[in-house]
Design a protein around this ligand. Structure first.
Ligand SMILES: NC(=O)c1ccc[n+]([C@@H]2O[C@H](COP(=O)([O-])OP(=O)(O)OC[C@H]3O[C@@H](n4cnc5c(N)ncnc54)[C@H](OP(=O)(O)O)[C@@H]3O)[C@@H](O)[C@H]2O)c1
Length: 291
């Protein structure tokens, strides 16, 4: 796709990979960037950097799990700053825990930001792109959307789902001249992974490397953009020798998290009880965690 002179909306633009993508698009000569996340202060800082590069920046503070607010914001946005040529769905959250110790509110947050948040915004923008018969949508999945990682079951499930969603939309929206792509970063050095126990041997990429891979992928019209040689190696290994990849993953998984079969402690039983109570009384839960 042509980047120069176009308008893009990027979610998760306050930090990490989304921020790096916004800066890389500005560097490529985008006319206007609409930056979406919850943290106004961080969005303002990114917007200032972008304006200094000669690209117009618009910030939109939104919690993507609040569908009604997203709906209103998109209608205003399209009126005042549209049409949008490129949508990058980058906002996401991740938790690492053994499945037997997983907490319901974290599972719900991963599902509501990574999947439902992306779905809400995409449906609102795709309809408008369809009527202008032009647009590109990039959904940020992960290498974990191809190779499931132990200790990150729900996160992997959301990233696999994003790939399925992307493939289906690619075929459905082609007749409206809308291209739908997936970006699959491997481990990247951002706030998201700061609290995670890293998988052994995986060398983290920088957010700037991920953003550059997206720019090249957009220029080459690639439907799936894998980032870094480790991702290519893992995907090939899965195709040719899945047993070997499974063995590698077993060894590479953080050791503490492998204690799956332990009897739950009194504290974890209490936690589980609170999860059930919370899931009944609090909605939406995603806003509970400021990542
Ligand atoms: N880091 C990695 O190793 C890695 C690898 C593969 C794929 N990815 C994917 O890349 C994407 C970006 O990850 P990252 O590493 O850059 O993470 P990050 O540094 O933690 O940034 C996450 C972004 O999502 C936004 N966000 C979270 N919840 C939100 C909500 N409810 N509403 C609106 N915005 C929300 C955050 O903004 P606010 O907090 O300001 O709202 C922030 O801008 C994610 O989809 C992630 O799954 C990351």
């Amino acid at each position: 796709m042509k980047i120069q002179g176009n308008v893009a909306l990027i979610t998760g633009a306050s930090r990490g990979i989304g921020r790096a993508i916004a800066l890389a698009l500005a560097q490529q000569g985008m006319k206007r960037l609409i930056l979406v996340a919850r943290d106004r202060r961080k969005l303002t800082e990114v917007a200032q950097e972008i304006e200094a590069m000669g690209t117009e920046a618009v910030i939109m503070t939104l919690d993507l799990t609040r569908a009604t607010e997203v709906n209103i914001a998109v209608a205003q946005l399209w009126r005042n700053h549209g049409p949008i040529n490129l949508l990058v769905n980058c906002a996401g959250v991740a938790y690492q825990t053994s499945f037997l110790r997983s907490k319901l509110f974290q599972v719900q947050e991963e599902l509501s930001v990574n999947l439902l948040g992306m779905y809400t915004l995409t449906s609102l923008i795709a309809r408008r792109m369809a009527s202008q018969r032009q647009g590109t949508i990039v959904n940020v999945s992960s290498l974990m959307g191809k190779v499931a990682a132990p200790t990150m079951a729900t996160y992997s499930a959301t990233k696999f789902a994003i790939l399925g969603f992307t493939q289906a939309l690619r075929q459905e929206l082609a007749e409206y001249n809308i291209q739908v792509k997936a970006l699959l970063p491997s481990l990247t050095d951002t706030d998201m992974v700061r609290d995670l126990q890293l998988f052994r041997w995986v060398i983290p990429m920088t957010p700037q490397q991920v953003a550059q891979a997206l720019i090249v992928g957009l220029q080459n019209d690639a439907p799936e953009i894998l980032v870094g040689w480790q991702s290519h190696l893992a995907v090939w290994c899965q195709r040719l020798a899945p047993w070997l990849l499974e063995l590698i993953l077993k060894i590479a998984t953080p050791p503490k998290q492998q204690q799956l079969a332990e009897k739950p402690s009194l504290l974890s039983r209490l936690n589980r009880f609170c999860d059930v109570l919370l899931s009944r009384n609090v909605a939406p839960l995603a806003s509970a965690r400021k990542s």
